[in-house]
Ligand binder design. Structure first.
Ligand code: SF4
Length: 265
């Protein structure tokens, strides 16, 4: 049974969720628009997961001036790389692929091994640091806001994800924060959006190949990510905020705050 057959069930608030996502993306494109050959100051981070392909589809459908970037860690599944090729060819919006610094990867693998992530949380985070965090910094340089596919339903740690988050140094826009998994697949079905076929084999959340596995019915959406670690450690760092060295709490703000948020990059 495909992910569409299994999951495509629009929630009662689907129409509201869709217009909310379209609205916040259009507003972001207007507020952070580029000018005179300078790129927009907002960008979408895409892992090519189900949520991310929807956001890109909306950006392309509404012809919004928002670029998209993908972190190609060097450890992605073949299915993800194939989708990336198709996505780059089909996207109206500019798609930029960021890769890790080759020398850093070579040195890390030579010292710790190709599968160091299983040895300790520190080594796993070091691998994420080289393959994801450093390229992410490059991707976000000069940007005042970024767009992610975070949804409240994805995990307990994400239960408070706001539509627009101004609590960190860079505004984070989460257009699908209120969407259900059924909404996600309903949109994909209705709009015939190309998606990662791994979703058809019980991979709701897809990351690097060594760190992602299929889940069973009833398991948490992100339980297939870093499954050998405690729940509290299971973020790659992309969505962890640090204020004065400690974790900060997301602030929930209305869409209108997007126009008034003070931003320091
Ligand atoms: S998810 Fe796994 S393979 Fe990918 S960067 Fe992190 S530790 Fe490395």
């Amino acid at each position: 049974m495909s992910a569409i057959e299994l999951n495509a069930r629009a929630s009662r608030d689907y129409t509201l969720h869709l217009s909310e996502a379209q609205g916040v993306l259009a507003q972001a494109a207007a507020q952070y628009a580029g000018a005179d050959g300078v790129a927009a100051r907002v960008t979408q981070a895409s892992s090519l997961g189900a949520e991310d392909v929807i956001i890109s589809h909306i950006i392309n459908s509404l012809k919004l001036d928002i670029g998209i970037f993908v972190l190609e860690t060097g450890r992605l599944h073949k299915q993800t790389l194939d989708l990336l090729d198709q996505f780059k060819a089909d996207s109206r919006a500019l798609v930029i692929v960021y890769k890790p610094v080759e020398e850093a990867v070579i040195q890390f693998v030579a010292k710790e091994g190709a599968d160091a992530m299983y040895k300790s949380i520190d080594l796993r985070k070091a691998c994420c640091g080289i393959r994801k965090m450093e390229p992410l910094e490059r991707a976000l340089k000069g940007k005042e806001a970024w767009i992610t596919g975070l949804r409240r339903e994805q995990s307990g740690a994400r239960a408070e994800v706001p539509l627009v988050d101004v609590s960190d140094k860079r505004v984070k826009i989460n257009p699908l924060s209120n969407w259900t998994w059924g909404d996600v697949w309903h949109y994909i079905k209705e709009n015939k959006v190309a998606y990662n076929p791994l979703h058809d084999t019980f991979f709701p959340s897809i990351g690097c190949e060594p760190c992602t596995r299929a889940i069973s019915m009833g398991e948490d959406f992100r339980s297939g990510r870093w499954w050998w670690e405690d729940e509290a450690a299971k973020e790659c760092g992309l969505h962890v905020k640090h204020v004065d060295g400690s974790l900060s709490v997301s602030e929930s703000v209305p869409v209108s705050a997007l126009t008034t948020a003070k931003v320091s990059v």
